[in-house]
Design a protein around this ligand. Structure first.
Ligand code: FAD
Length: 452
């Protein structure tokens, strides 16, 4: 797929990948083997009819292709851009056994972009069921659940804490990977299904879950895992240490990258160290480069094989000049004048036997202490659910990690309250959150039907 050259793109926040042309999409779709028992569909958490939409692209029936996609996925332009297809549908593609798997994600993106250029058709409004459901959180889990529930005819109200819907898609993933116009357009599609989105509305503060359970026929909680974890090392409270969530929220949601049009303060510095090696770390590192940092170093305590970021994102980061210090672990952040950061002391690591996560355990190498100069440290080592949602609803069963306990149908310990996405699994992926939203909507439909 064509993309902006690295030397150009580090000077802007425009989208890196430029998308297939019509001709490229038709040629790529032509590679599909049309398997009788397509494994790719089983690899997709929302079970898109992949051979169905790909065959329509091959026949240049793009309208039908997007129609098939939207039957199972209300957010195709987003999934086509950020889903880890290499771990899902494309992983199971037979073509991948001997060469390159079919580029299913790129074809999905092509269809969604084609529809945007042609003008998105408003969905038909379903007949009202007379029932009402509250959805908390307007991330991929909440939006998907809302779309499915609205299609079943229920009145759906989404309560979103931030001033814009989208969840991580809006506040976390940067413009150069996922333009916000695209998120807004997919959110509008859901609004056009009749979903009411109330923003700046924090559940647990303005209303409790129990109050919503009294007010609505059922409730879905999709509040994600937005509370950052820190390393708990000396110096982590110095000026110049950010959580990746704060850094990216300032850049994306609060538009710091559009200075001087927006005056959101952000300190980017010259030497930036990002701790962690997931998608969040890559987004923070690549954003820091674009904001003008001279040197950006990713520090990670394991090796490249254990990095959880998408391969494409790691490749893009390397092309753009991000330095990777692997098998390296921070132990102390060094203090300069006025409580600012001057560097980070690290130790080298080696890998031992696999731990409970299945990945090889990193072990510090004695005497390997060294300092990496830095004026900004961005901590991207994971997140957990924000407990504010549970205030006033203490009976809801949660785990020791602060996630909500649900059964195999996404129902929580409270009748009529389902949950899904990162608030159940901990930080995961867009498509797994969408799959959970879809499953929860089916459970809520059954719950409402059984009670009528
Ligand atoms: P979220 O997207 O977190 O949405 C939850 C929403 O609930 C938020 O809008 C929040 O404001 C709202 N909320 C929270 N508490 C309350 C409350 N009390 N009241 C009302 N509203 C509330 N996944 C991928 O598949 N591919 C990627 O490339 C990728 N990159 C990522 C990059 C970054 C920087 C981050 C942070 C994550 C990335 N992920 C990626 C992970 C993915 O975005 C998440 O797994 C996914 O967004 C989870 O969806 P969700 O709906 O469960 O939660």
């Amino acid at each position: 797929m064509p993309e902006q050259k690295p030397e150009e793109r580090i000077g802007n926040f425009d989208e890196v990948a430029l998308g297939y042309t019509e001709q490229q999409a038709v040629i790529e779709a032509g590679r599909c083997l049309e398997c009788k028992n397509p494994q790719c569909v089983a690899g997709c958490p929302v079970n898109i009819d992949i051979p169905g939409f790909v065959s329509r692209i091959k026949n240049k029936d793009f309208d039908r292709a997007i129609g098939i996609l939207k039957e199972s996925n209300a957010l195709p332009a987003i999934c086509g851009r950020v889903c880890p297809q290499e771990e899902q549908c494309e992983k199971f593609c037979i073509l991948g056994k001997k060469g390159q798997p079919l580029a299913i994600g790129r074809l999905e993106r092509f269809c969604a972009d084609y529809e945007r250029d042609a003008g998105v058709k408003s969905p038909e409004k379903p007949k009202s069921s007379g029932k009402n459901v509250a959805v908390i959180g307007a991330g991929p889990a909440g939006l998907t659940a809302a779309a499915e529930l609205a299609k079943a005819g229920h009145g759906v109200t989404i309560y979103e804490a931030l001033h814009e819907p989208g969840g991580v898609l809006t506040y976390g993933i940067p413009e150069f990977r996922l333009p916000k116009d695209i998120v807004r357009q997919e959110v509008d599609y859901i609004r056009n299904l009749g979903v009411d989105i109330k923003v700046d509305y924090v559940i647990g503060r303005i209303k409790t879950l129990d109050e919503l359970r009294d007010e609505f026929d059922a409730v879905f909680v999709g509040t994600g895992a937005g509370l950052p974890r820190f390393m708990r090392i000396e110096g982590e409270n110095l000026n110049g240490v950010y959580s990746a969530n704060e850094f990216l929220t300032r850049v994306n949601l609060m538009k710091a990258y559009r200075f001087p049009d927006y005056d959101t303060p952000i300190k980017c510095g010259n030497k930036v160290v990002v701790v962690g090696a997931g998608n969040v770390a890559m987004d923070a590192a690549r954003s820091a480069l674009r904001l003008g940092a001279e040197e950006v170093t990713v520090v990670y305590r394991r090796s490249e094989a254990e990095m959880s970021a998408r391969i494409e994102e790691v490749e893009h980061a390397k092309e753009e000049g991000v330095v990777f210090n692997l098998l390296t672990n921070p132990v102390r952040i060094l203090e300069g004048e006025n409580k600012t950061v001057t560097g980070v002391e690290c130790v080298n690591m080696e890998l031992g036997e696999p731990d409970e996560s299945g990945r090889r355990r990193p072990i510090p190498i004695e005497g390997s202490e060294h300092v990496i100069d830095a004026d900004i440290i961005i901590v991207a080592i994971g997140t957990s659910p924000n407990p504010v949602i549970f205030a006033g609803s203490e009976e809801l069963e949660t785990t020791s990690k602060g996630t909500i306990v649900v059964d195999e149908d996404a129902m929580s310990s409270l009748a009529g309250l389902c949950a899904g996405g990162d608030v159940v699994t901990g930080a995961a992926t867009v498509i797994s959150a969408m799959g959970a939203g879809k499953q929860a909507a089916a459970t809520i439909n059954r719950y409402i039907e059984n009670r009528s």
